[in-house]
Design a protein around this ligand. Structure first.
Ligand SMILES: *[C@@H]1O[C@H](CO)[C@@H](O)[C@H](O)[C@H]1NC(C)=O
Ligand SMILES: *[C@@H]1O[C@H](CO)[C@@H](O)[C@H](O)[C@H]1NC(C)=O
Ligand SMILES: *[C@@H]1O[C@H](CO)[C@@H](O)[C@H](O)[C@H]1NC(C)=O
Ligand SMILES: *[C@@H]1O[C@H](CO)[C@@H](O)[C@H](O)[C@H]1NC(C)=O
Ligand SMILES: *[C@@H]1O[C@H](CO)[C@@H](O)[C@H](O)[C@H]1NC(C)=O
Ligand SMILES: *[C@@H]1O[C@H](CO)[C@@H](O)[C@H](O)[C@H]1NC(C)=O
Ligand SMILES: *[C@@H]1O[C@H](CO)[C@@H](O)[C@H](O)[C@H]1NC(C)=O
Length: 817
């Protein structure tokens, strides 16, 4: 026995002689001084004194022993540095770790109150530095202290991150102040136990980002933190503990999560070949991750411009798009119902209640019973929905995510839900003509094979005729074969006459491109707009058909939706969704109503039109040139969202066709680009020109009177722009809500769109990008307008454009209403 003790002593002595680097422990006799380190048994981690970045201060910390760039994962005295290299780290007899400075005063202490008989401090291969009883390894009862309980800016695999509900210990991350200074910075990341527990990244006391709560599979707000080939995520929530941790599937890869000094969680792993840390996740990811970006009851979608949208049944609270939304119909409490929504990051659970043993059905009943309960959802969806989560108060911080498998049920007034259901059934009616269709499918399939050939030939002749400018059309507007192809419901004439009160003059909304438009109310209460082709109008007939063929296949929130058509008896009717706010021109050019469209709303409208147009040009099945974009053809729905309408003049381009010419120049005076008026040449760039005019009209509140009018808007804007007086361009009535730099940018983009040469105009995808970003814009050249002096001395508009008319070209240009 004595021999054994002696041997141990000699071994210990030998260790000291061989150099301190091989040790992995500190006992009560062996302190470490600045310059000495201990290394974990597998040589993964080292502990010792270091100076971060350019700092001269000394700290005790743990870093990767085998990683070439010094990467510190834990700091002992982060708030209390040593100013010289006289520091000593000691373990005292009771098991307390202390860091002493030159005059032996305590700079940092592990503050352990319990004690053990044979304390020893040990650096493990997990990166954890522990103090325990040397005779009772691995017994958690004898574990006095561990560095894993006091994280800094880094979490390592296997490290618990969260709370011990019994002892109150809160393990959370806090950023370094800067790369030279490991003291606590402004960012912290911790579990929040108000309501249903969720993980929150804060700047000071402000919430910056919510990971959301764990739903058994993932965090509702961070779907990228799922089990992967590299990492496995765990979330434990029981009576004693509430924590998150991650494990590596391949233990030989170094992996860490860092809260950076600028407030991001970086998930990185060491790439030993490149000798760099590779980033595999950086959170928050985008603008929609910013806490409560869109306000209450609004959802953020990063692909939208602007990103915020009210949930179904809610309307903007203020003109500020980030100001949140309010109910369109207030709750009645006991008559309410729940609307199920999917693909959302669940709202902030700070004001929530939860229970694991309540079923989803009981959850609904509980929520219904309490009038201040605004929504409910399941707690865990890993084995089907189980548990119950109730929200009280406003629903905050919602965003759209593609990778979420969870539903939320939002309380709404019954009438509101009925309206939403009606809207949805309208939609499905259009695309699913019904069961009769299915039973006929086989027959139709065979029939359509035979018909395809006939349709193709008809289409070819139709196409040819159009290019000839020949307006003679067969009167059977939409023939039987085309009907098959349309997937568009045909309405009974009787339905429409009763909905419009037999086309009563009281129901008339106005004159459209080729007929009158009436408001109608269907039997189920749904509102519609009916466009009625004037009888005996050959031109109108062609446009009617054109509109049906084009718009039937288009689906975009910024295009007006065609619900169906009717060609019974002598009538040619198109049935649209009803737009209660009529057209854009009725607002922007009206002295009183223009005030209702404040600056943020105008921005929304411009962005919406841009998206609709981009869809026409690029994203729909055929490339479509609208050819008659103008303020009068932009309709506004109940929430003032813009929808492009009137496709009577639209042309679709197939294959590689990018430009076409016509001898029949049609469109609206003031919106047509020069090359179209002169040569009849049109392309998607013609629409870009019209869009540019529209931007300038929306910003200025002035109508573009036409290319050779003396008060030409483009000339006016160009003059003020070159003189640097852009603020004079802006509509006086919205000046209060104006953001001048944004207005300047819009005017700039508008001018780029109305460039004389189509090649100089950006395409719509660039326009959408220009509108949403802050990137530098090219300088515009002289826009495509003609001043009266360039018009050979003739200033009367009616005779001016005749100069460009040659014998075999017709011009029918409408003057704006
Ligand atoms: C030890 O040094 C610190 C500063 O490093 C000083 O504040 C303290 O008064 C000194 N104590 C003694 C006993 O000299
Ligand atoms: C240890 O306790 C002292 C005195 O209560 C305190 O000033 C110090 O911050 C504590 N150290 C740590 C690491 O918690
Ligand atoms: C954090 O760093 C800034 C400079 O980046 C410095 O001004 C400030 O004093 C530091 N804060 C603390 C608590 O050390
Ligand atoms: C683990 O990672 C190392 C280093 O990248 C690699 O060499 C090894 O093949 C991996 N092992 C497994 C089981 O994937
Ligand atoms: C976090 O990721 C960003 C982006 O790649 C990088 O610039 C930064 O250096 C990383 N910070 C840390 C501490 O890993
Ligand atoms: C929840 O259900 C489990 C198993 O059915 C049961 O053991 C537990 O006591 C229940 N908890 C509560 C709070 O009712
Ligand atoms: C509804 O729930 C809230 C929040 O839990 C609670 O304060 C209130 O007493 C409940 N009301 C009723 C009628 O149960």
């Amino acid at each position: 026995m004595e021999g054994f003790t002696l041997l141990l002593f000699c071994l210990a002595l030998l260790n000291n002689v061989q150099g301190d680097t091989v040790r992995d422990t500190i006992n009560t006799l062996q302190s470490i001084k600045d310059g000495q380190i201990i290394v974990s048994p597998g040589k993964t981690y080292a502990l010792g004194f270091f100076s971060p970045g350019n700092s001269k201060n000394r700290y005790v910390g743990i870093w990767y022993n085998e990683v070439s760039t010094q990467t510190v994962v834990w700091v002992a005295n982060r708030d209390n540095p040593l100013t010289d290299s006289s520091g000593v780290l000691k373990l005292d007899e009771t098991g307390v770790l202390v860091l002493l400075n030159h005059n032996k005063s305590v700079i940092w202490s592990s503050n352990t109150t319990r004690s053990v008989r044979y304390p020893v401090a040990k650096l493990l291969d997990s990166g954890n530095f522990i103090v325990q009883d040397n005779n009772n390894n691995n017994d958690p009862k004898y574990l006095l202290w561990q560095s894993f309980d006091f994280p800094g800016d880094t979490i390592l695999p296997g490290q618990k991150f969260g709370r011990n509900l019994v002892t109150g210990l809160n393990r959370y991350m806090s950023s370094w102040n800067n790369s030279d200074d490991p003291s606590k910075g402004v960012f912290s990341y911790q579990i929040d136990v108000n309501g249903y527990p969720q993980f929150i990244l804060r700047k000071g006391t402000f919430k910056r980002y919510r990971f959301g709560s764990w739903n058994g599979i993932q965090f509702s707000g961070a779907p990228m933190l799922k089990q992967s080939a590299i990492t496995r995520f765990n979330f434990i929530s029981d009576e004693e503990e509430l924590y998150f941790s991650f494990e590596l599937t391949n233990k030989s890869v170094f992996h860490r999560m860092v809260l950076t000094t600028d407030g991001f969680i970086n998930g990185t792993y060491w790439n030993n070949d490149g000798k760099v840390w590779n980033l595999h996740a950086r959170i928050p990811v985008d603008d929609c991750d910013n806490y409560d970006k869109c306000g209450a009851y609004a959802s953020c979608n990063i692909n939208n411009i602007p990103p915020c949208n009210c949930l179904d049944g809610f309307i903007p609270k203020t003109a500020d798009i980030y100001g949140g939304c309010v109910r369109r119909t207030s709750l009645t409490c006991h008559g309410d119902r729940f609307l199920k929504l999917s693909g959302l990051k669940l709202p902030d659970t700070e004001r929530s209640w939860f229970d694991r043993n309540t079923s989803l059905e009981d959850c609904r009943i509980l929520c219904m019973k309490n009038c201040s309960c605004t929504a409910y959802a399941a707690l865990d969806v890993s084995k089907g929905p189980t548990g119950c989560l109730l929200w009280f108060g406003d629903l905050l911080d919602i965003r759209e995510l593609t990778d979420v498998d969870e539903d939320i049920y939002i309380r709404m007034a019954e009438t509101e839900i009925e309206a939403i259901e009606r809207k949805q059934s309208h939609k499905s009616n259009i695309w699913k003509p019904g069961t009769a269709f299915i039973s006929c499918a086989l027959f139709v399939g065979i029939l359509s094979l035979c018909l395809t050939f006939i349709i193709y030939r008809r289409w070819k002749t139709w196409h040819k005729e159009k290019n000839k400018g020949n307006l003679e059309r067969d009167d059977n507007v939409i023939n039987e074969h085309e009907k098959e192809d349309l997937e568009l419901p045909m309405f009974e004439l009787s339905t429409i006459t009763s909905a419009t009160n037999n086309f009563s003059p009281d129901n008339k909304l106005g004159e459209g491109g080729f007929g009158s438009v009436y408001k109608g109310i269907l039997n189920d209460g749904g509102e519609i707009a009916v466009k009625r082709l004037s009888k005996n109008s050959k031109q109108g007939l062609q446009e009617f058909k054109n509109e049906v063929m084009h718009i039937a296949k288009l689906q975009h929130r910024n295009l007006v939706r065609l619900l169906g058509y009717c060609t019974q008896a002598e009538e040619r009717l198109l049935i649209y969704e009803f737009m209660p706010n009529k057209s854009l021109d009725s607002f922007i050019f009206d002295e009183n109503k223009s005030m209702l469209l404040d600056w943020p709303r105008r921005l929304l409208i411009i962005n919406g039109i841009a998206r609709g147009l981009l869809y026409l040009h690029q994203d729909s099945r055929h490339r479509i040139v609208h050819r008659d974009l103008k303020a009068g053809n932009v309709l506004l729905d109940s929430e003032m969202n813009p929808k492009i309408s009137d496709f009577g003049l639209a042309r679709s381009f197939g294959g590689n066709e990018i430009e076409a010419t016509t001898k029949h120049v049609v469109g609206t005076y003031g919106y047509l680009p020069p090359e179209y008026i002169i040569d009849g040449a049109y392309s998607t760039k013609s629409d870009v020109f019209s869009f540019g005019v529209l931007i300038l009209e929306i910003v200025s509140g002035k109508r573009n009177k036409g290319f050779c009018h003396q008060d030409n808007l483009l000339a006016h804007v160009w003059r003020l722009f070159t003189e640097g007086k852009c603020s004079k361009i802006v509509d006086g009535t919205i000046i209060d809500s104006l953001n001048l730099s944004k207005a300047l940018r819009l005017i700039h983009v508008g001018l780029l769109c109305v460039q004389l040469s189509p090649d100089d105009r950006p395409n719509m995808s660039s326009v959408v990008l220009m509108l949403s970003s802050e990137s530098a814009l090219p300088q515009p050249n002289l826009p495509g307008f003609f001043t009266s002096t360039s018009m050979a001395g003739d200033s009367s508009s009616s005779s001016s454009y005749k100069q460009y008319t040659n014998n075999d070209m017709t011009i029918s240009i409408m003057t704006p209403r």
